[in-house]
Design a protein around this ligand. Structure first.
Ligand SMILES: [Zn+2]
Ligand SMILES: [Zn+2]
Length: 304
């Protein structure tokens, strides 16, 4: 096995809520490997957020099977015990496909007591056709569909934060009036629902693309964040780590972007409180007889 040794240093990042383990078949490292590395670099909070398994419709090959859900969940429960000095959270990166929202709520938040769900828009459905944001080029209709998926996800009241909310920049190269209108619509919704938005530092580890306006990262898309900064939103920096050593990768770039536009970062306390509120709202709402303390007892982790 590869050594996870690194020099002890003050961490560039103390919290990372976007990490992927071996289950998705395109990441390396067990839950334990991630926790060990996090402890080594003096992080204080780590969330596991591997790609959610999908019942009935697998969507793609980049995720664990339903049969692995138990193992994933148990591994995180074990890590919570093994790393008492680290806040270890049980999460999933979920697709913004509304047909699965009931499943996320019933299976993950209620039955398995996940601490949080993060929401990604990797796919948009446009007139019955599913477009892949990493592969299919988007036209204006596709852009609008991205906004619709975004707003639906916020309305669902399931997700603690949105990951790479500027991912449409992957295949929509040039900034124009349509993009700006879409970003403003997303920001209004983010403010209305007080939804934290992720600055995803993985984009800084990908090659740049050519646009009308010169080279840029596919995401984070700087112009997106410049417009976002006009709104009263909160952001969080995550590295979308697909191996333990990426837990603190390209953080300086993400932080520079945040500082450049004066974006407001959500605190550890505030994001934990948000997780707890969401968990309680979702659990209570299906059990009309539950009291607040019944619910707290059930929520090992963020609510105790
Ligand atoms: Zn991935
Ligand atoms: Zn991810």
């Amino acid at each position: 096995m590869k050594s996870l040794d690194t020099p002890n240093h003050k961490p560039l990042i103390t919290r990372n809520l976007h990490t992927h383990q071996w289950y998705c078949l395109h990441a390396d490292g067990t839950v334990d490997d991630f926790c060990r590395y996090a402890q080594k670099i003096n992080m204080t909070m780590i969330g596991m957020s591997d790609h959610v398994p999908m019942p009935h419709d697998p969507v793609d090959d980049d995720r664990m099977s339903m049969e692995q859900l138990d193992d994933y969940s148990t591994a995180i429960d074990q890590a919570k015990l093994d790393y008492p000095d680290l806040i270890v959270l049980k999460g999933m990166e979920c697709e913004a496909l509304s047909a699965f929202y009931q499943y996320y709520r019933d299976e993950l938040l209620i039955k398995r007591e996940f601490d949080y769900l993060a929401c990604a828009i990797h796919y948009v459905d446009v007139n019955g056709t599913r477009l892949n944001l990493f592969e299919d080029s988007l036209d204006v209709k596709g852009l609008r569909a991205f906004v619709d998926h975004f707003v639906n996800a916020l309305e669902a009241d399931l997700f603690t934060f949105m990951v790479h909310p500027d991912l449409f920049g992957f295949t929509y190269p040039n900034w124009d009036a349509n993009v700006e209108a879409c970003v403003r619509d997303m920001m209004q919704a983010a403010v209305a629902y007080d939804m934290p938005l992720e600055i995803n530092s993985k984009g800084f580890r990908r090659p740049q693309i050519q646009t009308n306006n010169g080279m840029r990262y596919r995401y984070p898309w700087f112009q997106y964040w410049e417009v976002a900064a006009e709104y009263n939103i909160r952001v969080l920096i995550n590295t979308d780590a697909h191996r333990p050593s990426e837990l603190d990768a390209t953080v300086a770039e993400a932080r520079a972007l945040k500082d450049r536009y004066g974006l407001r970062e959500i605190s550890d306390e505030a994001i934990l409180a948000r997780m707890c509120e969401l968990a309680q709202r979702n659990r209570v709402s299906v059990k009309p007889g539950s009291t607040r303390s019944d619910v707290s007892k059930k929520t090992r982790g963020v609510c105790v």
